[in-house]
Design a protein around this ligand. Structure first.
Ligand code: 13P
Length: 253
């Protein structure tokens, strides 16, 4: 059975002190993780080492960087390489978040380069895809998301793709309080899995966790995660509130 994952994306929020206090509060709330469930904290670069240390020994709890460079190494001031992240024990990296695509002009081709480096260094990508409101309104969201997958992931072999996580985040639902309905989420997740099946076969497609992101909160997590092709969530705003995120973790299948 594929992994069920509650992933926090703190984005550019919280000081180190605030982040540590949030984790203390969260870990103090009873939550149970089965063997098949994971919690991932997508935190700012400067806190990766200290928070990784803080979480040491906790079963099925991991840290993710929110980005990585598409360059291997060298004269790229301000960039952080996949190799650097691996060297400090980071487990996952969020790749292609819509905010990075929109504000930092990340293209599908650049994301393909990042994904290649992740495979090479053994860092697990949480690969984000999802359409803007105009595309949803035009009814072309399925082919749009399919194209994102084709251009950034489909050069990989089935073996290379194993262990990757995909996050479907409709841009119109991010930070807006306007969640996709559970039917809309399931429809797109089933489409993504069908596209993966066509390319890689059903064994690989069924092993890949597909997370939903976009205004997930305690009040809607159970219904969304209850859909057959939704394997958890990538959570922004609600991951900054200990009680909310604890309830989201407890909503995993
Ligand atoms: P919100 O949960 O704040 O809508 O953010 C979703 C997101 O972008 C997670 O990566």
């Amino acid at each position: 059975m594929r992994k069920q994952i509650a992933a926090a994306n703190w984005k550019m929020n919280l000081t180190l002190e605030q982040g540590e206090a949030l984790l203390n509060d969260l870990l103090a709330i009873p939550h149970t993780l089965t063997e098949n469930q994971e919690v991932v904290f997508g935190i700012p670069f400067p806190y990766l080492t200290s928070i990784k240390t803080k979480l040491a020994g906790k079963t099925n709890i991991y840290v993710a960087a929110q980005n990585c460079s598409n360059k291997r190494s060298g004269a790229y001031t301000g960039e952080t390489s996949v190799e650097m992240l691996k060297s400090i024990g980071v487990d996952y990296v969020i790749i292609g978040h819509s905010e990075r695509r929109e504000y930092f002009n990340e293209t599908n081709a650049m994301l393909a380069e990042k994904v290649n480096l992740c495979f090479e260094y053994g860092l697990k990508p949480i690969f984000c895809c999802g359409e803007a409101l105009e595309i949803r309104e035009a009814g072309t969201q399925n082919s749009f998301v399919e194209n994102q997958l084709i251009e950034s992931l489909f050069h990989l072999s089935a073996e290379q793709l194993t262990g990757f996580v995909i996050a479907y985040e409709p841009i119109w639902a991010i930070g807006t309080g306007k969640t996709a309905t559970s039917e809309q989420a399931q429809e797109m997740h089933a489409h993504i899995r069908a596209v993966l099946t066509t390319k890689y076969g059903s064994a690989i497609a069924n092993s890949i966790s597909i997370l939903y992101g976009g205004s997930v909160k305690a009040a809607n997590a159970k219904e969304i995660f209850g859909q057959p092709d939704v394997d958890g969530g990538l959570v922004g705003g609600a991951s900054l509130i200990a009680e909310e995120f604890a309830a989201i973790i407890n909503s995993l299948k």
